[in-house]
Ligand binder design. Sequence first.
Ligand SMILES: O=C[C@H](O)COP(=O)(O)O
Length: 290
Amino acid sequence: MNVTSKYSDTLKKYPFTLSDGELTEKINKILDNGFDKNNCQEVYKKLYSCIDLTTLNATDSREEVWKFTEKVNLFEDNHPNLQNVASICVYPNFAKTVREALTVDVKVACVSGGFPTSQTLTEVKIAETSLAVADGADEIDIVINLGLFLDGEYEEMCEEISEIKESCHGAILKVILETGALESAEKIHQASILSLYSGADFLKTSTGKGYPGASLEAVYVMSNAIRAYFEKTGNKVGIKVSGGVSTVEDAVKYYTLVKEILGEEWCSPTLFRIGTSRLADSLLKAIEDE
Ligand SMILES: O=C[C@H](O)COP(=O)(O)O
């Protein structure tokens, strides 16, 4: 058996049969039953602790990233009863700055691998990842090679992810599917399965750059892929919702889908994250308003 058929065979073990109409119906049913009970202060607090607080601007500088980190440091003095965000997510050239500035127990996450397009040489992706980890990154967020995936070149796509995983040297690897660039729910399902079998510790929806961000459909499909993979292998992989998540209502909807599909165990920063540059203040306001 050659390697290409290995990945095609893996996909055959995870058939996808939902029509778009059925997908919408299933999502609506989960939200009708679960949204109201999750729309409460306890969940808002949990959601805050699941945030990957993100700054990914072309204009980011060491000084700005340092100030960004200081706000996270001060959070615990100002909100002694709340759990801090899970991580600060930056470009890899700021790993050292965040690591040096952090005085609280929050992870350093770096986008890598030619983020956000993933259009660079594998060797560059590996070097970028190793250097970010050496500079203090605990977590690495990379995008799949979308061109390879859409061309059906699964072997090359998966081998590259596995090689980058090795260059993480134990850091958590989040694999971004860029779901807004995929053509169907079935493609999102297939990209999920391939990424899971390539060593992803988290599946992540979107980069927040250039394509539509997270959607309920994507999170439903990815959560079900993670569940099916867990049932077959016993491996628990996390899910990160990102790209355009800015309202408390949207965050609670995503939480509700993940909780109903994957269960309570997935509802903590170990297995659930929201990557966002905009949600934190709204969530904090909702916590303080209640
Ligand atoms: O990885 C996280 C995303 O880039 C954040 O996207 P956002 O700026 O739309 O919240």
